[in-house]
Design a protein around this ligand. Structure first.
Ligand code: URA
Length: 203
């Protein structure tokens, strides 16, 4: 069978997610309905990383299926993209009870899973959604200072990648100022992608 690269990556990502759902030791497994590994194209140029699944995601097993997900879809549409064109996942792969913040231990327990997803997808841009995703990679960064900025960094265990920082769609949904900023920052993604495709070393 003559599989395309994207079909092979799709299969490898499915296998990875199935294996990690079995092997992940995250304590959130005990209270969550199921794992929410991620969804989209295994060959995506852009990997979006949110915080953690919420109630709807926990029930469906898919990330960003609630109001924040609809908002994200609208913003993707505004730059001529759809969910199928990107991959979307979270820092932790199980819903924290009552949607509390994930603990550092829970983030660490899911870290290998996220690392392997990044290595397999090889995205041209990693877009962090909200401060938890940002601080997973840049512990001291303040989202209010770095949103809308791109960084090319070589991080231990992750490798060399371009990161682009956005506010979380759920936080921006009902906050007019933050919403306008997020939409504006989001609108810069196509130019950034174009630049990176021409020269991956560009900041
Ligand atoms: N918020 C997140 O960070 N992730 C989801 O999957 C849904 C809402």
């Amino acid at each position: 069978m003559n599989n395309s690269v994207s079909e092979i990556k799709e299969k490898l990502l499915d296998d990875l997610n199935a294996r990690m759902a079995k092997e992940c030791h995250c304590a959130l497994k005990e209270t969550a309905t199921q794992a929410v590994p991620g969804k989209g194209s295994a060959d995506a140029d852009i990997l979006f990383i949110g915080e953690a699944p919420g109630k709807n995601e926990d029930l469906k097993g898919e990330p960003f299926v609630g109001a924040a997900g609809k908002f994200l879809e609208t913003m993707l549409g505004s730059i001529g993209m759809a969910r199928e064109d990107i991959y979307i996942t979270n820092v932790v792969k199980y819903r924290p009870p009552d949607n509390r913040d994930p603990t550092p231990e829970e983030i660490e327990d899911c870290a290998e899973w996220l690392r392997e997803q990044i290595a397999l997808i090889e995205p041209k841009i990693i877009v962090t959604l909200g401060r938890h995703a940002l601080n997973r990679f840049f512990p001291d960064a303040k989202i209010s200072e770095v949103h809308g900025h791109a960084f090319r960094c070589d991080l231990p265990g992750i490798g060399q990648h371009t990161f682009y920082v956005l506010y979380h769609p759920a936080a921006a949904l009902y906050n007019g100022g933050m919403r306008a900023t997020l939409i504006e920052d989001f609108g810069r993604i196509p130019k950034l992608l174009e630049k990176i495709k021409k020269d991956p070393e560009l900041d």
